[in-house]
Design a protein around this ligand. Structure first.
Ligand SMILES: Nc1ncnc2c1ncn2[C@@H]1O[C@H](COP(=O)(O)OP(=O)(O)O)[C@@H](O)[C@H]1O
Ligand SMILES: [Mg+2]
Length: 313
């Protein structure tokens, strides 16, 4: 009798344990499945985020490229015309040398040679050419340097940062952002830059370049005619501070909290994507830094990027 009860209890317990084991197994399988789904969703999210960052970059690149084309076209125009003048001038110098070669080989009379020299000198306008050549070549070299600089800046803007951080010169990074946007700013705003003495820090040049480009583009869009944009870099208490100050329309208080939210924009479609600040915020966070904003409606806005000085790469 006692053994029957014991047997029954044992069977019941066995059944219960089996059911519990089955439940546990089902739950583990469910958990594993949802873990896999989560992992996939996370992977998708990461890929989407990359695409969003890339598309904001492409959108600003689209705006920039029109300006860049103009900016390159101008020096190319005068380089071309300078080269044409120089090539014509070289032709004349060549003719002068040939003519004088013929004179010298046929003539012994020094006075006649001198007379021919001054004749041909005038005929081919050698004096003018000699005066003109140095300034033409100086201008041409300047123009070529400008084109070279624009291309270098464009390259740094579209640069994909490799996985590892580099030592970044923040002043150089800012200078390249200013340069690349000069076509957007120069017609309606004055951009003053005060470069402070800042140490190189470990970071991603391309990402920081994109942050500065976004902030300057926003400042440029916020100011009207005769706008002022003041950029400063400085280092204090182990932090590098880059501030972008404008005397534009400012930001209403109710918007301040939303500035860094993706897709928040007050600009018309086609002009604003609402991604610049949110992406910049992410990039600055990757450097363990922060972006501060202070604004007064009707007076202007100052964005300050703070980056801790860390030198290990
Ligand atoms: N310097 C500035 N002055 C005034 N408003 C600004 C400034 N910078 C950003 N903003 C505001 O923040 C919003 C979000 O900026 P951002 O993320 O760069 O997107 P977008 O420029 O495409 O609108 C802007 O639409 C604008 O309302
Ligand atoms: Mg923007």
């Amino acid at each position: 009798m006692a053994s029957d009860i014991y047997q029954e209890a044992y069977q019941r317990e066995k059944l219960l344990r089996k059911a519990a084991e089955q439940l546990l197994e089902d739950k583990s399988r469910e958990l594993y499945a949802s873990f896999e789904a989560l992992q996939l969703a996370h992977q998708n999210l990461k890929e989407n985020q990359k695409l969003v960052v890339q598309s904001e970059k492409m959108a600003s690149l689209g705006v920039l490229s029109a300006g860049v084309a103009h900016e390159i076209n101008n020096p190319i125009g005068f380089i071309y015309s300078n080269f044409c003048s120089m090539s014509e001038g070289l032709n004349d110098i060549h003719k002068f040398i040939c003519a004088m070669g013929a004179v010298i080989s046929e003539e012994n009379d020094v006075a006649k040679i001198r007379a021919e020299w001054s004749n041909h000198f005038q005929q081919y306008d050698i004096e003018y050419l000699m005066e003109d050549f140095p300034s033409l070549s100086r201008e041409t070299i300047n123009g070529l340097e400008r084109v070279k600089q624009i291309v270098a800046d464009l390259k740094s803007f579209s640069r994909e940062d490799s996985g590892a951080m580099d030592l970044v010169d923040i002043n150089e990074c800012l200078r390249s952002a200013v340069n690349i946007l000069s076509n957007q700013t120069k017609y309606h705003a004055t951009v003053d830059v005060e470069y402070g003495d800042v140490p190189k820090i470990s970071g991603y040049f391309g990402k920081l370049n994109q942050v500065f480009t976004n902030l300057i583009a926003n400042a440029s869009q916020a100011v009207s005619e005769n706008g002022l944009i003041l950029l400063t870099t400085r280092c204090a208490d182990g932090w590098i501070e880059v501030s972008v100050k404008d005397n534009g329309h400012g930001i209403a208080e109710e918007y301040l909290e939303q500035l860094f939210t993706p897709f928040f924009t007050t600009k018309p479609v086609g002009e604003g994507t609402g991604l610049g600040l949110s992406i910049s915020h992410g990039f600055v966070q990757e450097h363990d830094g922060e972006i501060l904003v202070a604004s007064t409606v009707g007076q202007g806005t100052t964005f300050t990027v703070r980056l801790p000085v860390k030198k290990t790469v």
